[in-house]
Design a protein around this ligand. Structure first.
Ligand code: UDP
Ligand code: MG
Length: 139
């Protein structure tokens, strides 16, 4: 089960702009299978814990406010080489540096409001997926 699952969130800006369907279409058309999915909202404690690695960065308070301001779509995705391939599909953190045709290039507004999250390692994919889903919600 290693190396074939990743975790994503369609962030509050993507949901607010009505882009859930368009982004999911790109994800599934790129060969990812949806293993688990829900519409949910992060609490402040959830966001602080999810992004704990960034807690000393200057953007951290704004990141927590942004990520908690409305619903998100959380999902686990499966594909060979899922973590790396999904990071390629979403593009660079800063949408102005994201390659043409990537999700952040198409749907993100700024380095802070950048539409989607993608796990950065197999280990974090497992931690992040388990944060949102129980085994019985994974298909
Ligand atoms: N972020 C931000 N300002 C920055 C860098 C990051 O607001 O200068 C936000 C942005 O929403 C990003 C998240 O913090 O997606 C996590 O940052 P990371 O460097 O882990 O980027 P990612 O893995 O999401 O590409
Ligand atoms: Mg990251």
């Amino acid at each position: 089960m290693t190396n074939n699952r990743t975790f994503t969130m369609l962030k509050p800006d993507a949901v607010e702009k009505g882009n859930i369907g368009s982004i999911l279409e790109k994800i599934t058309a790129s060969g990812f299978r949806i293993v688990a999915m829900k519409l949910t909202q992060l609490t402040v404690a959830d966001a602080q814990s999810f992004y704990a690695i960034h807690k000393n960065r200057p953007f951290f308070p704004d990141l927590v406010t942004y990520m908690t301001r409305g619903p998100i779509v959380a999902a686990i995705l499966e594909k060979d080489n899922a973590v790396e391939d999904f990071r390629t599909l979403i593009g660079a953190t800063n949408p102005s540096e994201a390659a043409e045709g990537t999700i952040r290039n198409m749907f993100a507004d700024s380095i802070s409001e950048n539409a989607v999250h993608g796990s950065d390692s197999d280990e974090n994919a497992k931690i992040e997926g388990s944060f949102h889903f129980s085994e019985r919600e994974m298909f």
